[in-house]
Design a protein around this ligand. Structure first.
Ligand SMILES: NC(=O)c1ccc[n+]([C@@H]2O[C@H](COP(=O)([O-])OP(=O)(O)OC[C@H]3O[C@@H](n4cnc5c(N)ncnc54)[C@H](OP(=O)(O)O)[C@@H]3O)[C@@H](O)[C@H]2O)c1
Length: 274
């Protein structure tokens, strides 16, 4: 896909990978970028940077876990600034915990944003793209949508689900000339990972590098865009010797460094159930 002169909507555009994608799109000649996230002030700053690169920026300060709010805003945005030819579903959150210490509200939040938020906005835009018979949808999964790892069980579950969602939609919408693809970043230096305990041997890439990989993947019409050689290595390893990859992931996970079982008699409390 050639993105020059197109209108794109990017969720999670206030910072991190979403912000870098907005900047890279503007740099590559996109005509208009609709920026979605909750933090209005951060979006104002991103919009100024996008406009400095020559693209028009529209701010949509939205909480993707609120379907009514999203529905009204997208209907208005399509009317005033559409049609949208490119949707990038980048908003996401991650909670890292050993599963036995996990909290239901955190898991609900991951599902509400990573899955239900993506579902809500995709349905609204995909229907309009299908009518228009033109569009590309990029769903941001993760390398953890291919290989799950200790301490990230619930986050990985949402990222695996995104790949299934993407594959099914690709088949369904192909007849309406709407392409659906996945972007699978590996560890990237953003706010999301600053408070996480990193996996041993993982070296972070930059959000700008991820955004450039997306643009290259769009040009090549790839169905799944991996970022960096480490990701290719992990996927090949998983295909050829899944048992070995599982052992390596276990050794690399932060869990192996703090081997304090949360369910030991001294530490496990019923109050931790929720
Ligand atoms: N960083 C990594 O290592 C990594 C690796 C693989 C995949 N990914 C994926 O890449 C995507 C972007 O991650 P990132 O690292 O750039 O994270 P980030 O820096 O934490 O940014 C997350 C973005 O999502 C937005 N967001 C969160 N909750 C939202 C909600 N309820 N409604 C609307 N927007 C919401 C945030 O904006 P507001 O707070 O302003 O709402 C922010 O713009 C995520 O899907 C993540 O899973 C990241």
């Amino acid at each position: 896909m050639n993105i020059q002169g197109k209108t794109a909507l990017i969720t999670g555009a206030s910072r991190g990978i979403g912000r870098a994608i907005a900047m890279e799109f503007a740099h590559q000649g996109v005509k208009r970028v609709l920026l979605v996230a909750r933090d209005y002030q951060r979006l104002v700053d991103v919009a100024a940077d996008v406009e400095a690169l020559g693209a028009e920026a529209i701010i949509l300060a939205l909480d993707l876990s609120q379907p009514v709010e999203v529905s009204v805003a997208i209907a208005q945005a399509w009317r005033n600034h559409g049609p949208i030819q490119l949707l990038v579903n980048c908003a996401g959150i991650a909670h890292q915990k050993p599963f036995l210490q996990s909290r239901l509200p955190n898991v609900q939040e991951e599902i509400a944003v990573n899955l239900m938020g993506m579902y809500t906005i995709t349905r609204l835009i995909a229907r309009r793209m299908a009518t228009q018979r033109e569009g590309t949808i990029v769903n941001v999964s993760s390398l953890m949508g291919k290989v799950a790892a200790p301490t990230m069980a619930t986050y990985s579950a949402t990222k695996f689900a995104i790949l299934g969602f993407t594959q099914a939609l690709r088949g369904e919408l192909a007849g309406q000339n709407v392409q659906v693809i996945a972007l699978l970043p590996s560890l990237t230096d953003t706010d999301m990972v600053r408070d996480l305990q990193w996996f041993r041997w993982a070296t972070p890439t930059t959000p700008e590098h991820v955004a450039q990989a997306l643009v290259r993947g769009l040009q090549k019409q790839s169905h799944e865009i991996l970022v960096g050689w480490q990701s290719h290595l992990v996927l090949w390893g998983d295909r050829l010797a899944p048992w070995l990859m599982e052992k390596i992931l276990l050794m690399a996970a932060p869990l192996s460094r703090n081997q304090q079982p949360p369910y030991s008699r001294h530490r496990y409390k019923l109050t931790e159930e929720l």
